[in-house]
Design a protein around this ligand. Structure first.
Ligand SMILES: NC(=O)C1=CN([C@@H]2O[C@H](COP(=O)(O)OP(=O)(O)OC[C@H]3O[C@@H](n4cnc5c(N)ncnc54)[C@H](OP(=O)(O)O)[C@@H]3O)[C@@H](O)[C@H]2O)C=CC1
Ligand SMILES: CC1=C(/C=C/C(C)=C/C=C/C(C)=C/C=O)C(C)(C)CCC1
Length: 297
């Protein structure tokens, strides 16, 4: 029980309610994203479940509506492995909604065999970093108009093993599925820091998060990890526990001064030296804009 307690600490104790607020959660049909969306709906927000599989999303939306009594739980198609899908999602959302107060960039893939997104990006970098980079860029004016608003980027402790190899960003020269995940999670943290710098004074703040080791479908591509997760399932966090730090960063009052920081177990957490490198963060921003055809400023 002591080990379990140690591995599952961190509870979002904020009492903030969200009537009239609008939230988007990516990858909300399962795992941490589903529990994050459920809690936001419980607090009265209108919540968009941005999912690549709309059918799975609809089932979860019904479940959340029944559990929370909040009918304002909506499903929209978003495939982060395809910039056309991201642009279509953003276009429809901007036409439909006046506000966006909370954006949770939660969706993720881990340890997939070498593959590329529709736009030719390596899958981890493409979905986990570039997809969310583009989505945030497209929704940024709406976030600014809705300030105070927040962007939460779900990263990982795994960023410690990550490096940004600008000469091999698409894994074409060498590729390791585990490390590719770590690199993309480092990119999440660097993106958060650079975004925070650029958004200073705008009323939009941003945070990166390590949710803990969580019993979810993330391990689907690795038999070894599946076995480990099964073996230690009693010790690791439930998705509901894994959602706590994302919720803490989305909801806690007075957190604005900590924009750009990394959180774990609902506390500020230490990041690797690579994750504190401002030059890498700026360069990654520029390279990401270049790859996505976004004008650099
Ligand atoms: N579980 C853990 O121990 C840890 C998780 N994290 C991070 O937490 C986040 C949530 O992961 P978790 O809940 O554990 O994992 P899950 O695999 O349970 O959930 C991942 C979600 O991302 C979605 N997704 C995957 N690819 C795409 C895509 N191309 N477009 C849109 N959505 C996509 C999945 O959709 P679908 O169901 O259709 O595949 C699913 O909804 C991830 O960013 C992960 O890196 C960080 C540290 C530890
Ligand atoms: C050694 C060990 C564990 C392994 C932890 C690992 C391997 C965590 C990996 C986390 C990842 C990959 C996060 C994703 O971003 C457990 C299961 C906690 C149980 C106690 C012993």
């Amino acid at each position: 029980p002591q080990i379990r307690k140690m591995l599952s600490s961190g509870v979002c104790t904020s009492a903030v309610q969200l009537p009239g607020k609008v939230a988007v959660v990516t990858g909300a049909n399962t795992g941490i994203g589903k529990e994050t969306a459920k809690e936001l709906a419980q607090r009265g927000a209108r919540v968009y479940l941005a999912c690549r599989d709309v059918q799975k999303g609809e089932l979860v939306a019904r479940e959340i509506q029944i559990v929370t009594g909040n009918q304002q739980v909506l499903v929209r198609k978003l495939d982060l492995a395809d910039t056309k899908s991201i642009r279509a999602f953003a276009k429809d959302f901007l036409a439909e909604e006046k506000h966006l107060h909370i954006l949770i960039n939660n969706a993720g893939v881990m340890m997939c065999p070498y593959s590329k997104t529709a736009d030719g990006f390596e899958m981890h970098m493409g979905v986990n970093h570039l997809g969310h980079f583009l989505l945030t860029h497209l929704l940024l004016d709406k976030l600014k108009e809705s300030a105070p608003s927040r962007v939460v980027n779900v990263s990982s402790l795994a960023h410690h093993l990550g490096r940004i190899h600008f000469h091999n960003l698409q894994g074409e020269k060498f590729y390791n599925a585990g490390l590719a995940y770590c690199h993309s999670k480092l990119a999440n943290i660097l993106f958060t820091q650079e975004l925070a710098r650029r958004l200073k004074g705008s009323g939009v703040t941003t945070y990166s998060v390590h949710p803990g080791t969580v019993n979810s479908e993330l391990v689907r591509h690795s038999s070894f990890m599946k076995w480990m997760w099964w073996l230690f399932s009693f010790f690791i966090k439930t998705p509901q526990q894994g959602a706590q730090t994302s919720l803490y960063c989305a909801l806690t009052e007075g957190l604005e001064v900590l924009s750009g920081h990394h959180f774990s177990d609902c506390r500020v957490a230490w990041v690797s030296a690579q994750a504190r490198n401002e030059t890498t963060a700026r360069r990654l921003w520029d390279v990401s804009c270049d790859l996505l055809g976004i004008p650099m400023d």
